[in-house]
Design a protein around this ligand. Structure first.
Ligand code: CP
Length: 359
């Protein structure tokens, strides 16, 4: 990690010109805004912390210990786009750690409808909270908020729970955590072949995860989508820069037997400009019982969810279908991230070492 920098010392115009890696130096350890701000070491540290929190929480005395850690803190959950998992898992993570939560889940219920700017809206939230966890349709708005807060006397951590079609860093963390746990007995994440399938052009989860996987050795990524929904050149450029191998193809069935992980995604028609989803045939980007004979016994199937028709419910109980577990992992990794953001992670490690809760 390059030298850490202070957001209060850069103008917005200069900040906007930075590369993602350069921006990461301004967020590191305080805000969680982009996948590119994390090192592999930090991701692995969060995964270890998540597992420890999960184990400690299994016993009542452990749960009480966790609940006391951030009892003096309040979190504001500002979700200006629909969400089930990200909202609920962050809320649950806060509850595990004792934070009180407040929320605005519909902009129509905030004073934005009276013409208040989004910037003033978030600044208002910051008056009552110690952390803002936010999802917003405008790409880069969470960064703008972090920059703005750094120029006030009340810089509080901003955690990006999904911004525009560009970033979903906490989803990428939970995806990595799921891959790490899935491959615990088969050599870890390094060297694996990961296939991304579906709407890759507008899937912020894919964009964040694909980059995070460049931190692992000898990876091969497959981007499988109809031409109109294929992954953006900006992500391929980042992979080239990182030296990560990749294949761009429309042929899902030929990749199925090679993949160690298959990351399915739904068509994100909420981003349509001219109804382009309705003119794109995505029926081949589907996985069902017939495909389970083609994929390896050790392959895992992930999906950030929600799903539509791209995964048949008939495979839900196959041990290779890990998307429900992946969703639950989100709560633990988000608890780890919030705890780390407030610098209270050492207490969990100490408790874990003292009491050694069972797996
Ligand atoms: N994966 C995800 O972001 O799900 P939600 O939109 O339900 O939060």
């Amino acid at each position: 990690m390059a030298e850490l920098k202070n957001l209060s010392e850069i103008s917005w115009q200069d900040f906007k010109k930075l590369t993602l890696a350069e921006k990461g130096c301004y967020f590191h350890g305080r805000h969680t805004l982009i996948a590119q701000q994390f090192t592999r070491e930090e991701i692995e540290e969060l995964c270890t912390l998540a597992t420890r929190i999960k184990r400690i929480n299994k016993r009542r005395e452990g749960a009480n210990f966790l609940k006391g850690l951030l009892r003096d803190k309040r979190a504001m959950l500002y979700f200006a786009q629909p969400s089930s998992r990200t909202y609920l898992s962050h809320n649950a993570a806060c509850q595990i750690l004792g934070l009180d939560t407040m929320d605005v889940r519909d902009q129509k219920t905030s004073s934005e409808v009276k013409g208040e700017t989004p910037e003033d809206t978030v600044r208002t939230f910051s008056s009552y909270a110690d952390i803002i966890i936010m999802r917003h349709p405008v790409g880069g708005f969470a960064e703008r908020v972090a920059w703005m807060m750094a120029h006030t006397k009340r810089e509080i951590p901003i955690l990006n729970a999904g911004s525009g079609a560009d970033q979903h860093p906490t989803q990428a963390l939970l995806d990595i955590y799921t891959l790490q746990r899935s491959f615990e007995k088969t050599g870890g994440v390094d060297g694996k072949h990961v296939a991304f399938v579906g709407d890759l052009a507008r899937g912020r989860t894919v964009r964040s995860l694909a980059w995070m996987l460049t931190l692992y050795k000898d990876m091969t990524l497959y981007f499988i989508a109809p031409e109109a929904l294929q992954i953006g050149q900006d992500i391929l450029d980042l992979l080239d820069e990182a030296g990560t191998k990749y294949v761009v193809t429309e042929d899902f069935e030929s990749i199925m037997p090679k993949a160690d992980a298959i990351y399915m995604t739904r068509i994100q028609d909420e981003w349509d400009v001219e109804g382009e989803s309705s003119t794109t045939d995505a029926s081949d980007y589907h996985i069902g019982a017939e495909h389970m004979k083609i994929i390896k016994d050790t392959t895992v199937i992930l999906h950030p969810l929600p799903r539509r028709l791209e995964i048949s419910t008939e495979i839900d109980n196959d041990p290779r279908a890990v998307y429900w577990r992946q969703m639950r992992n989100g709560m633990w990794i988000r608890a780890a991230l919030i705890l780390k953001t407030f610098g209270r992670d050492d207490e969990v490690h100490q408790y874990y070492d003292d009491y050694k809760p069972e797996a």
